[in-house]
Design a protein around this ligand. Structure first.
Ligand code: DX5
Ligand code: ZN
Length: 226
């Protein structure tokens, strides 16, 4: 699959809205102008919370336009066992946490073989050094700006150093990955992240609280000019 994005994109995170009505929540994000939906999958082990799985995500796939990119963020152990299920239901981007698998190289190659785009996520305690050997093979690096597991937490500004480092590597070596920030994003922290080099902003609770969702997507996308 050819990489489609490089310009800044706002991704609504469905767990920030009404997850009991996930299809409607997905549609609201798309109607507001988002091209990518962020789907948080949790297993109750890797993180102390449970969310949605392939069945619901498959329903979301059927409910939004085929051009909408489904970006699945796996916060689960043994992600290799489940990749195929998310591919089958129509996800185009699959991100896993580096600590969740024993064979990172295998998993990157496997996701690519499935015609999907691989990403690696780093928890706040995980350093950038861990992913250096994989940078040229990744489509996305997800920097957690909160502890994974729950929406509605406060942004950890010191994570922006990782964004700066990865953005600098990208320029220096012509890498093609997006740098995504996830957790505590609002208009201010989103802008700070873009200035540090982020090209994907995941936004859950702040986004779905806005009275004008279309205006919110437009405001975040206006940071393309920064
Ligand atoms: C947390 C998830 C996030 C979460 C962000 O583990 O990865 O995607 O939805 O939510 P907010 O934007 O509310 O911090
Ligand atoms: Zn996420």
């Amino acid at each position: 699959m050819k990489k489609q994005t490089l310009q800044l994109e706002l991704e609504p995170s469905l767990i920030g809205g009404d997850l009991g009505n996930a299809i409607e929540t997905a549609r609201k994000g798309v109607k507001a102008g988002a091209r990518i939906l962020h789907l948080d999958v949790m297993d109750g082990h890797f993180v102390p919370n449970l969310t949605i799985g392939p069945d619901i995500i498959g329903r979301i796939r059927e409910s939004v336009h085929e051009d909408v990119i489904l970006d699945v963020h796996l916060m689960i152990y043994n992600p290799d066992k489940y990749v195929e299920k998310y591919v089958e239901v129509g996800c185009q981007e699959i991100t896993f946490h580096i600590e969740a698998t024993e064979d990172v190289r295998f998993l990157i190659d496997y996701i690519k073989k499935c015609n999907c785009m691989p990403g690696i996520a780093l928890k706040p305690e995980s350093s950038v050094e861990l992913i250096i050997p994989y940078l040229k093979d990744l489509d996305k690096i997800l920097i957690m700006t909160v502890e994974p597991g729950f929406g509605g937490q406060s942004f950890m500004g010191d994570m922006l150093e990782k964004v700066r480092i990865l953005s600098a590597y990208k320029k220096k070596y012509n890498f093609t990955y997006d740098v995504q920030v996830d957790g505590g994003i609002n208009y201010d922290t989103g802008l700070e992240s873009v200035k540090a080099g982020a090209t994907r902003l995941v936004c859950g609770s702040f986004f779905y609280k806005q009275p004008d969702l279309k205006g919110a997507v437009e405001k975040f996308h206006s940071y393309r000019e920064v």
